[in-house]
Design a protein around this ligand. Structure first.
Ligand code: ATP
Ligand code: MG
Length: 256
């Protein structure tokens, strides 16, 4: 495990809000990129990024009718793939502009379905990190034997953590961490609380399970021995606090 390796999921909710998917949050992404570039340059952190589908891809994927996933590529699937490419291009373009040398990787080229289970081929991701550039993967639709299957960005983050055992995994979202029923940041969530917690109900749920699924994957990642946080993407200075100090009152730490 490298103490400087960080798996960072940039939630689609930050990049392209689910409540207003005509919008790309360019300034927020630029700020995240600048902070990552500084942490990389001055502290030697190595990042692997994953982005989610945001409002656009989550809306498009709803056009897949249940039967479609087993059949040919349909309008829903081709639109989803195309919109994911658009989001990835926008994200990578902004991160480059912020000074982060990104290297977009096609998730379908590294995640495969074999005998009904998903595997990740990390050699390619490794090669990119060794070249001192920043791999960028995404939540995706995978064309498998069974048809198109949804592979969420949170699942890709888990698979990367399982294979590479980074020191830290961070999920950036559009809220100030995980909120309690009164909308306050929950500083620490432990295994048993993750299953029991009464979540703040407002907001749009996505096709991959929203916060509930994110918490399930976060807990699985924490159980691997990876320091796991859910942080506000709107406050990128939180990244410095959790990476250098191990704690921030502005986010949620998930413990096994
Ligand atoms: N207790 C909670 N605390 C914070 N957010 C919550 C909570 N309960 C539900 N949510 C919702 O979860 C959302 C974050 O999860 P969501 O899957 O929608 O975003 P994401 O993972 O960033 O996006 P994507 O899946 O496109 O990558 C928040 O925008 C909020 O609406
Ligand atoms: Mg999500």
């Amino acid at each position: 495990m490298s103490s400087k390796l960080v798996v960072l999921k940039i939630g689609g909710s930050i990049l392209n809000p689910k409540s207003d998917f005509s919008k790309i949050n360019r300034e927020i992404v630029l700020n995240i990129g600048r902070e990552l570039a500084r942490l990389r340059r001055s502290q030697g952190y190595r990042f692997i990024l994953i982005h989610g589908g945001g409002g656009l891809a989550h809306t498009a994927v709803r056009l897949l009718r249940p039967g479609d996933v087993r059949g040919d590529l349909t309008a829903g699937a081709s639109l989803t793939k195309t919109l994911l490419l658009y989001l990835k291009l926008e994200l990578c373009r902004l991160l480059l502009q912020a000074g982060l040398p990104v290297y977009p990787l096609d998730t379908e080229a590294v995640v495969r379905e074999e005998r009904d289970s998903l595997t990740i081929e990390v050699a390619k991701v490794h090669r990119v990190i060794e070249k001192n550039v920043v791999p960028v993967l995404n939540g995706d639709l995978e064309l498998s034997e069974r048809g198109s299957i949804i592979v969420s960005g949170d699942l890709v983050a888990y698979m990367l953590c399982e294979a590479l055992r980074p020191a830290t995994c961070i999920f950036l979202i559009d809220k100030k961490g995980v909120l309690d029923e009164r909308g306050r940041t929950i500083p620490v969530l432990r295994g048993e609380d993750v299953c029991r917690i009464n979540l703040y109900k407002k907001g749009v749920t996505d096709v991959t399970g929203g916060m509930k699924t994110k918490l399930e994957y976060s807990l699985k990642i924490a159980k691997l021995g990876v320091r796991t946080y859910i942080c506000p993407g709107t406050e990128p200075s939180v990244l410095r606090e959790v990476l250098l100090g191990g704690h921030s009152s502005r986010c949620t730490r998930v413990l096994p």
